[in-house]
Design a protein around this ligand. Structure first.
Ligand code: CMP
Length: 139
């Protein structure tokens, strides 16, 4: 996996609110190329596994329930400096702290239901991408 890639999910809150198109538009306007993309739904077990790193956090149960309650859009994105630049584009985890012009400022409802996910490192981008996409689905 090249290090100029990151992984994202448009979360159930944003899909439910009809914001898939608006968010994809901000992503492509931000200079990211879509390498893989699908509408899918995490099972409870998928969500538990994907967020295993947070399993000791008090919000883990809520997070698993939220992330598995409806469809998500999973995608791999490519751009120079993808992980860092994408985290800038999505903004702070808590939308109340997200900068103007960021995806979470525009679309996130709360710290838990925050519209989008972005990988926090090249290593996690590769792990998270492989969780959702086979090599044949990466273009
Ligand atoms: P993300 O950064 O994509 O991955 C971890 C997720 O946990 C985060 O988005 C939020 O959806 C959720 N999260 C982080 N902090 C809290 C919190 N204090 N309360 C509820 N959910 C949280």
């Amino acid at each position: 996996m090249a290090t100029n890639r990151t992984f994202t999910m448009i979360k159930p809150d944003a899909v439910e609110a009809g914001n898939i198109g608006g968010i994809i538009n901000m992503i492509t306007e931000g200079g990211f190329k879509i390498v893989s993309m699908k509408l899918t739904q995490l099972t409870v077990r998928d969500a538990q596994k994907f967020y295993e790193v947070h399993s000791e956090r008090p919000f883990y149960g809520e997070l698993v329930e939220f992330m598995s309650r409806g469809p998500i859009v999973a995608a791999i994105l490519e751009k120079e400096n993808a992980v860092e630049d994408f985290r800038k584009l999505i903004g702070a985890t808590n939308p109340a702290e997200a900068a103007e012009g960021t995806i979470r400022k525009k679309y996130a409802k709360s710290i838990g239901e925050n519209a989008v996910h972005g990988s926090d490192s090249d290593e996690n981008a590769a792990i998270e991408s492989a969780f959702h996409f086979s090599g044949r689905e990466q273009f």
